[in-house]
Ligand binder design. Structure first.
Ligand code: AGP
Length: 602
């Protein structure tokens, strides 16, 4: 998730902007930049890597006196984390910083290229500043040009733009990405979250989707649908740590709640006219491919197992899913007609990286599903599809898993398109369902409150079974892992049909079973597995759209027409269940004992 800061006033601007960007470091980034306008002239600096590199570059630069400054930390989604791709991006007279994804950037870029614009970067953001300058040519003033620009954008954006054409003002726009304005009597601050504004202002205006405007240090002109609206200011909480967690108790909780918006970014620009469009995938990647091997660790392995069902069912391609640490030493049989897919949030997991090397040395085509651009795995794989989850601070993976599954689901449809293994109707159903997933990831507060109450019953016992069938089996594994990681209680995920092959011997009233009972997938089969457990006095929490009379506890989910809707809704419940049990046990939810966010050793 990128970070944005802005300032109008007479304080020293470089220091203010760099400090503000420092308050946004928790959002993760791989490059940063600043632009300062003073006396009608703009100075700009950009650097890859940490903010210290930008500080080094600007050490001899100061900017006292009246002026305007904007700053940005970038988490690469379109284009590598290079200095050219870092923000601010610029045209002839103007500089821009942007958070979000411009969905129609390709069409805009084509139009501007035809008019002779030469783009330097691979980013979607650069087209906005050039579109603004293109609109300047046929507008009566800069604001009209900016308004025309904003109206033609599709997708998610939080924008700050400065231009020597209007040297005392800053232009801003907000849609589906946060942007906040804070003001004092003779200065104004901008931020993409509360954190950089704390200590500078007492009240802020949280801009609404679709709002845009122009602002100088005396007046904010705010618009919505070309009509002027009044900015609404409210008190700014002054607790920085609280702000970085955006009001949640833990980063993990924040990351569970932001899965809905993050999934929107994962899908942004990748579904067009009822087709999956993956610009990262070379059109020949699938040439000669008859099988897929997926390799990963931990939660990423569970995403891979889920993908295994989707690839075989929909793309009709044989798919094998292996744990990287096992794959490395099993003398695997590898054939060149196999596409080797590695999945990794960090892109630095040692076992997964080594497995990738084995596949590459065997001459296989390789694809990484990863969240961190320029990571070791991304640099090694032939090609990468970024999951765009933004930084994940919680060691127990949540939004990384959700975006991995969504990305792999996208890929299964893409492969089905290419191999023509699905008719238009089935493709459309998958795509229509996929497009609604961000909505189904909204956390239902009533459900969360119920889980908080329910969790008090699951703090002891001699362990948990998490059971499910088909794609709900890897989800059961993931639910068990979440609980283990942060509550330190023993839990196992199992295929529901496996209980009678041994595990059922463990069953008694102190063995807690969390049963995933979707209506759209093997309902009756799973129901009878649960009944077997209930008959042996297991204590059972059933998660299902339909009331289950034998459940000791029950969490109702929505009726859906597609298994993946049920999958994501039950995923949220499992994440929250693990969280609330861990909270009751007083554990460090974000930094559980013995665990690291990235396992870079064997
Ligand atoms: C999941 O909650 C854990 N953090 C862990 O299992 C993780 O998924 C695994 O270590 C793989 O990490 P990666 O996705 O960064 O490769």
């Amino acid at each position: 998730m990128c970070g944005i800061v802005g300032y109008i006033g007479k304080k020293e601007k470089k220091k203010l902007i760099l400090e503000g960007l420092g308050e946004l470091e928790y959002r993760g980034y791989d490059s940063a930049g600043i632009a300062v306008m003073k006396d009608g002239k703009i100075d700009a600096f950009k650097a890859t890597g940490k903010l210290s590199n930008l500080k080094e570059k600007t050490k001899n630069f100061t900017s006292n006196g009246e002026g305007i400054a904007i700053g940005h930390t970038r988490w690469a989604t379109h284009g590598k984390p290079t200095e050219i791709n870092a923000h601010p991006h610029f045209g002839k007279h103007s500089y821009i910083v942007h958070n979000g994804i411009i969905e129609n950037y390709r069409e805009i870029k084509e139009m501007l290229t035809k008019k002779g614009v030469v783009f330097l970067s691979q980013t979607d953001t650069e087209v906005v500043v050039y579109l603004f300058e293109h609109n300047l040519e046929n507008s009566k003033n800069a604001f009209e040009a900016f308004e025309k620009t904003v109206i033609s954008l599709k997708g998610a954006y939080a924008i700050l733009l400065i231009t020597t054409i209007e040297p005392n003002s800053i232009f801003f726009a907000k849609n589906a990405a946060p942007l906040i304005i804070g003001k004092n009597s003779d200065e104004v601050f901008f931020g993409s979250s509360d954190a950089p504004l704390i200590g500078h202002v007492k009240e802020v205006c949280y801009l609404e989707d679709g709002q845009y405007g122009i602002l100088d240090k005396n007046e904010i002109k705010l618009y919505l649908n070309a009509k002027k609206v009044l900015p609404i200011f409210k008190d700014l909480p002054q607790d920085r740590s609280f702000a970085q967690k955006e009001g949640f108790r833990f980063f993990m909780e924040k990351e569970i709640y932001e899965q809905s918006s993050v999934l929107g970014e994962t899908l942004m620009g990748r579904i067009k006219d009822n087709e999956i469009s993956l610009e990262e995938i070379d059109e020949h990647l699938l040439d000669g491919i008859n099988a897929v091997k997926i390799c990963a660790c931990g939660t990423s392995y569970h995403a891979g197992l889920t993908a295994g069902y989707l690839f075989e069912r929909f793309a009709k391609i044989r798919t094998d899913v292996v744990i990287a640490s096992e794959f490395r030493y099993k003398d695997p049989l590898l054939t060149k007609d196999t596409l080797f897919i590695v999945i990794s949030q960090s892109g630095e997991t040692a076992d997964t990286l080594e497995a990738l090397k084995i596949a590459k040395n065997a001459g296989l085509k390789t694809l990484a599903i990863c969240n961190v651009d320029n990571s070791s795995i991304v640099r090694l794989a032939d090609t990468t599809i970024l999951t765009r989850a933004g930084i994940e601070k919680g060691v127990a993976s949540t939004k990384a898993f959700a975006t991995q599954v969504a990305t792999l689901w996208l890929l299964s449809i893409f492969i089905a398109q290419k191999r023509k293994t699905a008719d238009k109707k089935s493709l459309k159903l998958e795509i229509d369902t996929l497009l609604k997933i961000p909505t189904s990831l909204h956390v239902d507060n009533a459900v969360h409150e119920k889980i908080k109450r329910l969790s008090k019953r699951y703090l002891h016992g001699h362990g948990f079974f998490f059971i499910g069938r088909d794609i709900f089996y890897p989800l059961a594994l993931e639910g068990a892992l979440k609980l283990k990681e942060i509550s330190y209680l023993h839990a196992e995920g199992y295929p529901a049909g496996e209980m009678k092959h041994g595990p059922i011997a463990l069953v008694d009233s102190k063995l807690f079973t969390v049963a995933l009972l979707p209506k759209t997938m093997l309902y009756d089969k799973t129901k009878s597995n649960i009944e077997e457990l209930s008959a042996r006095d297991a204590t059972i929490l059933v998660i299902s759209p339909e009331q289950f009379e034998l459940a000791d506890d029950f969490i109702k989910t929505k009726n859906s027409s597609h298994a993946m809707n049920e999958f994501f809704e039950m995923m949220i419940i499992l994440q929250l269940l693990a969280l609330e049990i861990a909270v009751r046990l007083g554990n460090d939810v974000d930094m559980p004992r013995n665990l690291a966010k990235s396992v870079t050793v064997e």
